[in-house]
Design a binder for this molecule. Structure first.
Ligand SMILES: [Zn+2]
Length: 741
């Protein structure tokens, strides 16, 4: 074994094949790897991802003076050579990996997996993996939870539905220690960030490729892929480390949402909107529901209307449009649009912006411009869609021309794109689109350009800022999009993303964490989430989910994609008017459920707005919440309709810092989501949030949709002294403790 050791960190590789055989955190006394390694690397050629090596050699880089660095060389076959670099700086707790593959052969190399750190022991049974899959996913005891060769084996980036929304993850045990792994790539290269179970042990890896594939073409990962030893101070520790790098990249250069001018953000969405809906039929008269929702919630509502507005069809059962002529003229129900406007609500049409039926109008052109998917996408998703390639002029022109026409016909407030860039692997194997085969980074840049140019054209036509939203979100698009639809914060009472882990979600061994929000909230698009219904039958978990979504900075979303709307006056919407042929339910609109949302909508648009729309998410205060076993009923999908119950915290909390004004202020949000009065006590350490000097404290409660709330003074505090705060929480109420000057 050759070992790099600086007294803090140590990493060793095999002299025979270069695999990692030792990984030790010397400061905390944790040995992660201490046995023969798995494989040093894998490469993907014609026959899939494989480890194959004929000759290995290594040498110390003597010119590197600030620590230890080794260059590793594997001659794979004639003309194909992989070079790896392992570097450990003096005084550092972080190991840096880089690699490149030289190819002068007649063969094509698609991807390289390097480094591979396998045969890893678990730190303890209280260990966790936190990964930016679906914007933030935490798995307890991954060695036990994951199946063999399962877990987060292939996690493409930039993707979000089946991959990584950011470029880091962490494996840790609280109070003991952990690993932080990150790719510091500012340039949008396609990669896979993986942590999984293999050979009965844990393994982590980084894959890159699918950029420019061809005979004689090499690959490189010049950006650092780092593995760093950390304290294991929850997943926030890793997120704090990543955030320092992340907020200096191109995608945050427009500045925070708060600092942007009114023609660079959707003020109505950020400040006036208290609730969102998704899938209310666009073509049929839904004024009864639109009015009932507005009247009970009280704030402005943002509706992403269902896909039934196109000239042709856009449904799950009957197909999707082809070229331009299948989209327009539009078929919106005029009464819906008039009422939405009159009430001060807003809307966007649901649009499959790249998904087409190549056998419909303009068929010949569509077929020439389709993404050619890779044979093995290395993802939970198979990407079995006919998608237009974003790199071609045809796609760019159609996207802009169609959406401008939709805006002209229906005066939309926004456009919403389903199964768009955040759901797709960034690979097109076509060789006639003007991009290299693979195209990874170029695909991402093309999506960015399309969103930017469409938004500019729409805003110019409308004479005001027109925001755009997509399904899911990834860091590389946060400066060109304004909101995103997600569902997973409602798990286990929801569908779609996280589906490969649904049994873990139901037992609580896997759960959603607000990782993306914690890193990017003050810069990032608004999250719509909830998969909700205003009916009693959805179960008691509803109260918990609503609170979680608002307290984590999102807007709750009512969803009617695969199920009827609430019955009003004994009438619910009929399946034949929807795009999914569901079973009628007859569940009644429940005003009490809507009123519960109303207080959160009031908090979001009123006293809590600057925190929940513009604030920086901080670590929550440490409360000891009683547990509650809450039932749920999921009936809004084509499959997996089910019921269950899950144990969750009865009290939810989040902490937000607002520093847009001269004096920074802090808000601790608290929600009691059960029917019993609860008292909560916690320590508030203002210094830990960067505050100093004297502050006033006040408690807001009983929020209404007009911006009113009951305000109660809680005295003053000096930031140098830790405060012990006790608050009585009435059943099913939300509170905001504000620390301000
Ligand atoms: Zn293409």
């Amino acid at each position: 074994m050759v070992i790099l050791d600086n007294g803090i960190a140590a990493i060793g590789f095999s002299k025979t094949d270069g695999s990692i055989v030792y990984l030790g955190d010397l400061k905390r006394g944790i040995r992660y790897v201490e046995r023969p390694g798995t494989v040093p690397f894998r490469i993907e050629m014609e026959n899939g991802l494989d480890s194959c090596c004929s000759r290995f050699s290594y040498s110390r880089n003597e010119s590197f003076k600030d620590g230890q660095a080794y260059e590793l060389t594997w001659v794979i076959e004639d003309g194909i050579v992989l070079n790896g670099l392992i570097q450990l700086d003096d005084g550092s707790d972080q190991i840096v990996f880089k690699s490149r593959l030289e190819n002068s052969s007649e063969k094509s190399v698609l991807a390289v997996e390097y480094p591979v750190i396998g045969n890893m022991d678990s730190i303890s049974e209280d260990d966790c993996l936190a990964h930016p899959y679906v914007t933030g996913f935490l798995v307890k005891n991954p060695l036990k939870s994951f199946d063999e060769d399962g877990g987060l084996r292939f996690m493409p980036y930039p993707e979000s539905f089946s991959g990584a929304s950011m470029q880091f993850f962490t494996y840790y045990a609280r109070g003991k220690g952990g690993l932080y792994a990150a790719a510091y790539d500012p340039d949008y290269y396609q990669k896979w960030l993986n942590f999984y179970k293999s050979g009965g042990k844990l393994e982590l890896s980084h894959i890159y490729g699918y950029e420019d594939i061809g005979a004689g073409k090499g690959l490189k990962a010049d950006y650092p892929f780092v593995v760093k030893f950390i304290n294991g101070d929850d997943w926030y520790e890793a997120a704090d480390i990543y955030k320092e790098w992340a907020v200096r990249q191109e995608w945050t250069q427009k500045g925070t949402l708060y600092s942007r001018s009114e023609n660079e953000k959707a003020v109505w969405l950020l400040e006036d909107t208290g609730l969102s809906t998704f899938g209310i039929n666009a073509k049929h008269d839904r004024t009864k529901w639109l009015k009932a929702f507005h009247d009970t919630i009280g704030t402005s509502i943002f509706h992403i209307l269902g896909p039934d507005w196109v000239n042709d069809v856009q449904t799950f059962g009957m197909g999707v449009p082809g070229g331009y002529d299948d989209w327009v003229p539009t078929k919106f129900n005029k009464e819906n649009l008039v009422l939405i406007k009159e009430q001060g609500d807003r809307f966007a049409p649901f649009e499959f912006d790249f998904l087409v039926d190549p056998n419909k109008s303009d068929s010949e052109n569509l077929k020439k411009n389709l993404i050619k998917w890779p044979k093995d996408p290395k993802s939970h998703d198979g990407y079995k869609f006919n998608m237009l390639c974003p790199c071609t002029d045809y796609t760019k022109d159609l996207h802009i021309k169609r959406d401008v026409q939709v805006l002209k016909e229906a005066q939309v407030d926004s456009m919403y794109y389903d199964i768009s860039a955040n759901n797709l692997i960034k690979t097109c194997m076509d060789n006639s689109h003007g991009h290299p085969v693979g195209a990874g980074r170029e695909m991402t840049l093309a999506y960015r350009e399309i969103y930017k140019r469409t938004k500019e054209a729409l805003s110019e036509t409308a004479g005001k800022y027109i925001p755009l939203g997509t399904e899911m979100m990834n860091e590389v698009f946060i400066d060109v999009l304004d909101y995103y639809q997600a569902r997973a914060w409602a798990q286990p009472c929801s569908a779609l993303e996280t589906w490969p882990f649904s049994s873990l979600m139901k037992t609580g061994m896997a759960q959603m964490i607000p990782m993306f929000t914690y890193v990017y909230h003050e810069y990032a698009p608004v999250r719509l989430d909830g998969w909700g219904k205003l009916v009693e039958e959805i179960g008691e978990l509803y109260y918990h989910t609503v609170a979680k979504i608002y307290l984590w900075g999102g807007l709750y979303e009512l969803n009617y994609e695969y199920s009827p709307m609430e019955a009003i006056d004994g009438v619910e919407t009929r399946p034949e008017e929807h795009y999914w042929n569901f079973e009628p339910k007859g569940y009644k609109f429940n005003e009490e459920r809507a009123k519960y949302i109303s207080q959160f909508a009031g908090l979001r648009t009123g006293h809590g707005n600057k925190y929940l729309a513009y604030g920086i998410m901080k670590r929550p205060v440490n409360i000891r919440s009683p547990k509650a076993n809450l039932d749920w009923h999921h009936y809004n999908h084509n499959t997996n309709l089910e019921r269950g119950s899950i144990e969750v915290d009865a009290i939810l909390t989040s902490t937000w810092l607002f520093n847009g004004d001269e004096n920074a202020s802090l808000a601790v949000m608290l929600a009691n989501t059960v029917n019993k009065k609860e008292e909560v006590t916690f320590e508030l350490d203002l210094k830990s949030y960067g505050l100093s000097g004297r502050y006033k404290l006040r408690l807001f409660s009983n929020f209404d949709s007009k911006g009113n709330a009951v305000e109660e003074s809680m005295g003053e505090a000096d930031a140098a002294e830790k405060q012990i705060i006790s608050i009585d929480l009435e059943p099913k109420k939300v509170y905001m403790l504000e620390v301000y000057r």
